[in-house]
Design a protein around this ligand. Structure first.
Ligand SMILES: CC(=O)N[C@H]1[C@@H](OP(=O)(O)OP(=O)(O)OC[C@H]2O[C@@H](n3ccc(=O)[nH]c3=O)[C@H](O)[C@@H]2O)O[C@H](CO)[C@@H](O)[C@@H]1O
Ligand SMILES: C=C(OP(=O)(O)O)C(=O)O
Length: 443
């Protein structure tokens, strides 16, 4: 089993460049199949496992996808599209479901495997389906698939979301961009990734107004074409390296960020005593000797992002005093707590609230990533734990972080990623070293 092995105790310094946002690039790539003419060029694409997965989903739908792990991806969807996305893709990555809106708009038909639950919650898709139904689609669920069909074009309508779901807002926005008439999404998600998608759709010829607010108006057009688009920087990757700098008492320049997307993270870290200032297109983050406890409530944007919750919890473990985290977005996003406890974390869970009693002396341990952010948070904890921490289940981390180990290593962390064999060799070398020390002591 592959592991990240981290030895605690290094203060991080230097600079790190942030990639394009995973949560922006996935809907943008899905939206590319709306173009029945021309090729789309997408830039600042992060080379993540999820990007390979969505590329495979598109290829299966008969689109041409040119992607070789660089930061540029090219999509041509001029041919007629197939309409089915099988479970093998949706299981790996829920965002595969984002092809449903574009397929309905282009082909009037989509059959996508049911996403199912995952580690952070049951994650239903009722709000996506409510939107498609309001636009005239007939939706049926059976044999593990969701099938939606419409005679002719979708018809614009008013859709009120019960919760400002990011995925539902994106899926409905994509479907509506080629519907007949006007769609208004109320209580829409306001995340920066929604704005990134709307910018791309408009470059393709769509008429989307109000993205980034709670009301989005989409005037449907008959046809969309390929377009060039650059992905926004990943605010969660940026926040994760900010946490790495802060937790180690380090001094790191986080390059290629949009500070306005990071306001809630900057505010809470500042409350914890972290010094953060803008420097060119980056953020300079200087960790204090002692972090202060803070309370956090995760909320839809512009509230505090749930995707930064576990990284903040890592910081709270060594902060002075009691911190309280209330998770309002996902009903089961405290899976990492059990892993933190293995490292001596003192955390109590009461329903959707976690109380973190800091500071504790963290101890290295063998721990498992339970989702991608939890995996990153465990590595951050390892940076300040006594001794060695081994983090497993790296497939989660690979979904969301390009070169996580390499980037931390470049910042001065004592970290490596090893396979099974390498670990056995390393253990053997450590045993030899220890026995040599004993021999020389005896001599
Ligand atoms: C690929 C991507 O962009 N992923 C992000 C996206 O996920 P995703 O788009 O799946 O998240 P949503 O905003 O849809 O989910 C938020 C909450 O709404 C609920 N819900 C959602 C849809 C629905 O039809 N019914 C329903 O009840 C979910 O179960 C969850 O409790 O936004 C989340 C919330 O910021 C982030 O944590 C994820 O990183
Ligand atoms: C939960 C996340 O992603 P996804 O919705 O793709 O699972 C995340 O990015 O933290």
């Amino acid at each position: 089993m592959e592991k990240i092995i981290v030895q605690g105790g290094q203060r991080l310094s230097g600079s790190v460049r942030i990639e394009g946002a995973k949560n922006a690039v996935l809907p943008v790539i899905a939206a590319s199949i709306l173009a029945s003419k021309g090729t789309s060029n997408i830039y600042d694409v992060p080379a993540l496992a999820d990007v390979y997965t969505i590329s495979e989903v598109l290829r299966n739908l008969n689109a041409d996808v040119d992607y070789n792990g660089t930061n540029h991806i090219q999509v041509n969807a001029e041919r007629d599209l197939a309409v089915e996305a099988p479970f093998e893709y949706v299981r790996k990555m829920r965002a595969s479901f984002l092809v449903m809106g574009p397929l309905l708009a282009r082909e009037g038909h989509a059959r996508i495997a049911l996403p199912g639950g995952c580690a952070i919650g049951s994650r239903p898709i009722d709000q996506h389906l409510k939107g498609f139904e309001a636009m005239g689609a007939e939706v049926e669920i059976g044999n593990g698939f969701i099938e939606a069909k419409v005679d002719g074009r979708l018809k614009g309508d008013k859709v009120y979301l019960d919760f400002p779901s990011v995925g539902a807002t994106e899926n409905i926005m994509m479907a509506a961009s080629m519907a007949e008439g006007t769609t208004i999404i109320e209580n829409a998600a306001e995340e920066p990734e929604i704005v990134c998608l709307a910018t791309y759709l408009n470059a393709m010829g769509a008429k989307v107004r109000g993205a980034g607010t709670g009301t989005i108006r989409i005037d449907g057009v008959e046809e969309l074409h390929g377009a060039n688009h650059t992905i926004i920087p990943d605010r969660i990757e940026a926040g994760t390296y900010m946490a790495a700098a802060a937790i180690t008492g380090g001094n790191v320049l986080i390059e290629n960020v949009l500070p306005e997307h990071l306001r809630p993270v900057i505010a809470k870290m500042t409350e914890m005593g972290v010094h953060i200032e803008e420097e060119g297109t980056g953020l300079r983050v200087i960790g204090p000797d002692k972090l202060k406890a803070v309370d956090i409530k995760t909320m839809p944007h512009p509230g505090f992002p749930t995707d930064m919750q576990s990284q903040m919890m890592a910081m709270m473990l060594i902060a002075e005093g009691n911190s309280v985290i209330t998770e309002t977005v996902f009903e089961n996003r405290f899976m990492h707590v059990e892993e933190f406890r293995r490292m001596n974390g003192d955390i109590k869970i009461e329903g959707r609230t976690s109380i973190v009693n800091g500071p504790v002396a963290l101890q290295g341990a063998e721990v498992a990533s339970t989702d991608l952010r939890a995996g990153a948070a465990l590595v951050l904890t390892g940076l300040v734990a006594e001794g060695r921490t081994r983090v497993t289940e790296l497939k989660h981390i690979d979904r969301g972080y390009v070169g996580f180990t390499e980037k931390l290593l470049a910042l001065g962390a004592d970290i490596e990623r090893v396979g099974d064999m390498e670990e056995v060799q390393e253990e053997a070398a450590a045993t030899v070293e220890a026995s040599e020390e004993t021999v020389s002591f005896k001599a």
